[in-house]
Design a protein around this ligand. Structure first.
Ligand SMILES: [Zn+2]
Length: 192
């Protein structure tokens, strides 16, 4: 038991004659380790070693850490609208946040700080939401109106989410004209 509580204990401290021998009185942390111990018995003839379980060879790598932390999710239909080989990362990132509705619009800020008003700072006529700022605001409509010929779609009467779905369905592939459309979309959202 005294061996287990020494400053630098080893696994061998709790191994005797190829059996796990746990101290009678254990700390809560030790109990948790005991509950997660493998069912096989130890081999006293082998040296203690450290193995990184996420990799088959037991050797640590940053890539395996990232892979083990990630939870797989299905691809969203607008994936290629945001992430593509010629994208501008900082603009794609802002565009991605806008699609997810995670930018700090005043309607969201107001939830955390009620002293902050919600009126759009560009037109002062409606609450500043993602849908308003990027699609409904008079300021944004002027910008979009200059791009409507390029996109082949009028802007009035269509919501921000519906436009994203529309663009994701049509702007597929790697042709220069498609890439330019996607770049313009990200640039407009970024600068608005
Ligand atoms: Zn506005």
């Amino acid at each position: 038991m005294t061996q287990v509580f020494q400053k630098r204990p080893k696994v061998s401290s709790i191994v005797h004659s190829d059996q796990w021998v746990w101290p009678c009185s254990m700390l809560i942390d030790l109990l948790e380790i005991k509950n997660h111990m493998p069912s096989y018995n130890p081999n006293s003839s082998l040296e203690d070693c450290i193995k990184w379980l996420p990799t088959p060879d037991g050797i640590y790598s940053v890539a395996s850490t990232m892979a083990s932390l990630k939870t797989p999710h299905p691809l969203v239909p607008w994936f290629e609208l945001v992430w593509y080989s010629h994208n501008i990362p900082r603009m794609s990132f802002i565009f991605w946040l806008a699609i997810r509705g995670r930018l700090s619009m005043l309607d969201r800020v107001h939830l955390y700080n009620p002293r902050v008003g919600t009126l759009c700072v560009l037109c002062s006529s409606s609450p500043e939401t993602h849908a308003h700022l990027f699609f409904e605001c008079a300021y944004s409509k002027v910008i979009w109106s200059h791009l409507k010929d390029m996109c082949g779609r009028p802007w009035n009467g269509h919501s921000w989410p519906r436009f994203i779905v529309w663009a994701a369905q049509r702007w597929k592939g790697k042709s220069p004209s498609i890439v330019v459309k996607k770049l313009c979309l990200a640039v407009v959202v970024y600068y608005i």
